[in-house]
Unconditional design. Structure first.
Lengths: 318, 291, 429
């Protein structure tokens, strides 16, 4: 009986020797599965699916939170696509995603490679590098960042050594987005830890074999490390892009809650938040949210599709 | 000894040494850049209030204690201890909730073959993509109708109901990587799923669980939006809301204490991290993040 | 197998019990909202306000006074900072759960009246639970909309020009009652030439100042339901502003931006800034110089366009205890002891009882008092003009778009067009 139950689902069908027991086993498995899942199912229906359906409905209404929602069809979407601030928020967000994500991942990978070497104090460095990921959401970081990127502060002074004088990034609409990027890159610790985990799992023999073949460090990285950690890289690219699309806290805090100056840090969720919670245009905000969901889903789909071309899975290779 | 060291060996040694020096120099440079802002916060806590905004110095020229000692008086008549206690309650309940519910759910996804599993799994991953702002108002209305506002329930209910898909995903990936032989052996011994979950899978998943616990603790500790919307009584406010009490309509009444408070607020997070950080890496490493 | 199933069920029950227990524990940490009357007839009222720590400490003292005098009414305080206050209020109000009494401002009256949130306090006044007597300078009218009394003013404030006294002295310029805009900008020019700092921090982004300017020209920022000026008016205002930014008369917006949340005036970037007079206390705390209140520049040498604005107390239309709420508001605006404790934190005290009870001792409060007396004596105080629903959103938009103009990111004409389009949406919302 236990044996039958244990058999993987598909072969179980073939094992017609004990069909009744198999059916009973499957029923038991179904029951157990749904029992274990029950918290998630309750949470999904109550806290996710219900509100989601509600917000999808709001997206097609005019809704100021007080008077009942009024059906307006696609009006919110057409207004949104023509809204210059919405366009601006898309532009800012795309810039942020495209610049911050690769920089952060490159740094994370570079430092992970450094830390993967067995050296004294390695654990200490690892913990210290992770620190920014812990405190990045703290309010005080907003103050720090504004101070560091102000005129004549450390970043500006360092820049001037190289002859670049922009007079501080925080107040300058053309540069402040890079202060946000810097804040994201500064928190490279989280993806770094994931890279380290991946690097740990690369079999040492592969390196040895490559070295025997006369491959230099660059070649070894390109031919061994990169393919071997590509699943981890994929995971990081996926999660970091999703996070970058949804960035809110750092823009809010660094811009002193204005998402400015001149809307220069008006990331998508910041505009969504202003529309929904400051101006009480819940219909518009919901339409924005669903547009973001679709955009992120598309990006995710493209990433999943592309992984066939560059992500190397152990199981697939076998 | 003199001539015994062959030139080849010597260069190899030297190379190793220069390599080691280069490694440490590189690591130290990164360390300096990474820690500079952290040191700035510490330094600012000891600067006179007027010097904090737009101050360019890393450390105070003349350290003052007033910011930190002033915290002992509390904020707006509420003791600092009260804020910390509330945050701690929230964070601990959140950790318990996430660990219990996510591991149960993850076990089902990873170890039980039941009808509809793939569909549910896709749905679960799909929830990762949702910006949470859009769910806020409908959720608020729900909890308000249940008369649960101004309690911790709206803040932790989602944690007890495994709505944090990231942690479920993390644990699923981890549990899938556990050797099949173990739970097969357990089945042979007549263990049901709950026994297998409790005495085999759960202990082995410790790294993933600790990773989730750390993240949950930190997220709950830093959470601002949730407490802001759901908590009304100032005595129930968390640290993140307490920090906002330094703000008034135009600017901030007391920069010094605000910075000092934000520094103190970081201490539990850092302590929690330090205590568990070695598991964090293992948790990530063994999650098998293999897609 | 039978046993294993039992184990399973038992353990699940246990786990479920544990979960329920934890949730139950969580539930008991909250004691539920106020609103109910307990068996001994004690009534609990929720009272919410925004403000910094000094205000909160003062208000808590006044609540203690009230509870001593009305032992059957308990007050449950709720407070946050300004920005969070209105987000929270909106969320609570939309869920039918706003506080019973709350601090309010002119710009929000019509908005929440339109949404049916505000209690008309006239009925309570007629019933003798709330006194509408003894309000100074007609500020009671600030809380009236369409014949309803939706708010009871606690204080009165007016727009003012805050100046860096040392800088003005050093440059040898003086601010005097009735000076014109030309004289004002000439003074700033002198300051710029002599001291190498800007004259102003960015006047053209302040909606309430533009309102005064329009009032000086026989218009106003708002009518009952629309904007009271044309796109061309605003284009002109912003073109002038941008010209002065470029010439350095108005401080570099990049610098102003990066010292926030500190003011550009207290950071020493400019010598003057327009703001509400009761906010002037912040400059002493933030900056190194001495600061004082100066008159608003005029068109014709006399009319400043000023009026008294107000913070006020409003009540929720759905409160279960309208009588107690009215008694509470009445106490808070009339009791002399409360006036002594609150001082001018929310503007100059609105009723004569409280005004007479408080004598300012510090320089800042003395200055505020002297300023309002001077303005009143000059006879320039006008009646407040309407603030339609959406005024709060438009104020934020005005500041933001004005900032874009300063930064050279938007042309004044386009900026004016953008403001009009956003205003339209705000009025509709």
């Amino acid at each position: 009986m236990t044996l039958v139950k244990e058999a993987p689902a598909r072969p179980a069908k073939k094992r017609s020797a004990a069909p009744a027991a198999g059916r009973r086993g499957r029923r038991r498995e179904n029951l157990a599965g749904y029992l274990f899942m029950s918290p998630w199912i309750a949470g999904f229906l109550l806290l996710t699916a219900g509100p989601m359906v509600a917000s999808l409905y709001y997206a097609f209404t005019r809704y100021n939170l007080f008077t009942p929602p009024q059906w307006v069809g696609f009006e919110n979407f057409t207004t949104m696509f023509q809204d210059p601030r919405w366009q601006k928020s898309v532009e800012v967000t795309l810039k942020y995603v495209v610049v911050a994500t690769p920089l952060k991942l490159l740094l994370a990978l570079g430092v992970a490679l450094l830390l993967a070497q067995k050296r004294r104090g390695q654990g200490l460095y690892r913990a210290a590098f992770y620190m920014p990921s812990l405190i990045g959401a703290s309010v005080s970081i907003g103050f720090v960042w504004r101070a560091l990127f102000s005129d004549d502060a450390i970043v500006d002074r360092t820049q001037k050594i190289f002859g670049l004088d922009v007079g501080g990034w925080i107040g300058n609409p053309d540069y402040v987005i890079y202060a946000l990027v810097a804040l994201s890159v500064w928190q490279f610790g989280a993806p770094m830890v994931i890279f380290l985990a991946g690097l740990k799992q690369v079999p040492q023999e592969l390196y040895e074999a490559a070295e025997m073949d006369g491959a230099g460090p660059l070649r070894r990285f390109w031919n061994v490390t990169l393919p071997m950690i590509s699943p981890v890289l994929f995971f990081n690219v996926l999660l970091e892009s999703i996070h970058a699309f949804q960035v809110f806290g750092s823009a809010y805090v660094v811009s002193n809650t204005s998402c400015g100056p001149a809307d220069a840090t008006l990331v998508y969720t910041c505009y969504l938040y202003q529309k929904g919670f400051k101006e009480a245009q819940m219909g518009f905000a919901s339409a924005m949210a669903w547009t973001l969901v679709i955009a992120v889903a598309l990006v995710t789909a493209v990433l999943f599709w592309s992984q066939k071309k560059w992500v190397h899975y152990e199981e697939a290779a076998k | 000894m003199t001539s015994a060291t062959s030139p080849a060996l010597r260069t190899a040694n030297e190379r190793r040494r220069t390599g080691s020096i280069a490694w440490h120099v590189g690591a130290l440079v990164i360390l300096a850049v990474v820690l500079y802002p952290v040191i700035w916060v510490v330094g600012a806590s000891f600067k006179p209030s007027k010097d904090i905004i737009a101050s360019l110095d890393l450390l105070p020229t003349k350290p003052v204690w007033a910011n930190v000692s002033g915290l002992a008086d509390g904020i707006s008549g509420i003791s600092i201890g009260s804020f910390f206690w509330n945050s701690l309650m929230y964070a601990v309940l959140a950790v318990v909730g996430v660990v219990v519910s996510s591991s149960l759910t993850a076990y089902a996804f990873a170890k039980i073959r039941f009808a509809g599993r793939n569909l549910l799994f896709t749905l679960m991953i799909g929830t990762l993509l949702l910006p949470y702002h859009v769910l806020l108002i409908p959720q608020y209305v729900l909890f308000r109708n249940l008369e649960l506002t101004d309690t911790l329930v709206p803040l932790v209910a989602g944690k007890f109901l495994a709505t944090e898909a990231f942690f479920v995903f993390l644990m699923v990936q981890f549990m899938r990587g556990l050797p099949k032989e173990l739970d097969e052996a357990a089945k042979l011994d007549g263990c049901g799923h709950l026994r297998t979950y409790w005495s085999i899978v759960l202990p082995l998943s410790r790294p993933a669980i600790i990773t989730s616990a750390i993240f949950t603790f930190i997220n709950a500790w830093n959470d601002f939006m949730g407490p802001l919307i759901y908590l009304n009584t100032p005595e129930k406010y968390t640290v993140s809301l307490g920090l906002m009490m330094f703000r008034d309509q135009e600017g901030i009444s007391n920069y010094g204490s605000m910075i000092a408070m934000s520094l103190v607020a970081l201490v539990p997070v850092i302590a929690f991290f330090m205590a568990f950080q070695r598991y964090l890496i293992d948790g990530m490493a063994t999650s098998g993040l293999k897609g | 197998m039978g046993t294993s199933r039992n184990v399973e069920r038992r353990t699940i029950l246990k786990a479920a019990g544990a979960t329920a227990a934890t949730l139950g524990l969580a539930a008991t940490t909250g004691c539920g909202g106020g609103g109910g009357a307990s068996s001994d007839g004690t009534v609990t009222i929720r009272y919410a306000w925004w403000g910094g720590e000094p205000r909160t400490i003062a208000i808590k003292k006044t609540i203690a006074l009230f509870e001593k005098k009305y032992p059957k009414i308990k007050i449950k305080p709720e407070f946050t900072d300004y920005a969070a206050f209105w987000e929270k209020f909106q969320t609570q109000a939309s869920g039918g759960n706003p506080p019973d009494v709350f601090q309010n401002a002119v710009g929000f009256l019509r908005k929440y009246d339109k949404r049916g949130i505000l209690l008309d306090l006239k009925a309570q006044a007629d019933a003798g639970n709330l006194s509408l007597e003894n309000f100074r300078n007609g500020v009671l009218a600030n809380g009236q909309v369409d014949g309803k009394q939706l708010g009871i003013p606690v204080g009165a404030n007016t727009m003012a020009l805050v100046i860096d006294l040392k800088a003005f002295k050093k440059a040898g310029v003086e601010a005097k009652m009735g000076w014109t805009w030309d004289e004002y900008f000439d003074a700033l020019q002198t300051i710029q030439d002599k001291l190498k700092i800007a004259g102003d921090t960015g006047y053209h982004g302040i909606m309430y100042l533009y309102d005064l300017y329009l009032r000086q020209n026989g218009k106003a920022f708002f009518t009952d339901s629309d904007l009271g000026f044309t796109e061309d008016d605003l284009t002109q205002w912003w073109e002038d502003g941008y010209k002065r930014v470029k010439s350095g008369l108005v401080a570099d917006p990049k610098k102003i931006e990066q010292v926030q949340p500190k003011s550009g005036l207290s950071a020493g970037l400019a010598a003057s800034e327009f703001t509400w007079d009761n906010f002037s206390i912040r400059y002493e705390g933030e900056g190194e110089s001495d600061y004082g209140l100066a008159p608003i520049p005029t068109m014709n040498g006399k009319d400043t366009g000023q009026y008294l604005g107000s913070l006020m107390l409003s009540a929720f239309s759905g409160t279960k205890h309208p009588k107690e709420v009215a008694q509470f508001i009445s106490f808070m605006v009339h009791d002399p002891e409360v006036g002594k404790i609150m001082g001018y934190d929310r503007g100059i005290l609105a009723t004569t009882e409280q005004y007479d009870a408080f004598t300012p001792t510090d320089a800042n409060n003395k200055g505020v008092k002297a300023y309002e007396e001077e303005v009143a004596k000059a006879g320039v105080l006008g009646k407040i003009t309407p603030h339609p629903s959406g005024a709060d959103v438009i104020e934020a938009a005005f500041l933001r778009i004005g900032g874009e103009v300063s930064q050279g990111k938007t042309k004044p004409a386009d900026a004016a067009k953008a403001l009009f389009s956003e205003a339209k949406a705000a009025f509709a919302g």
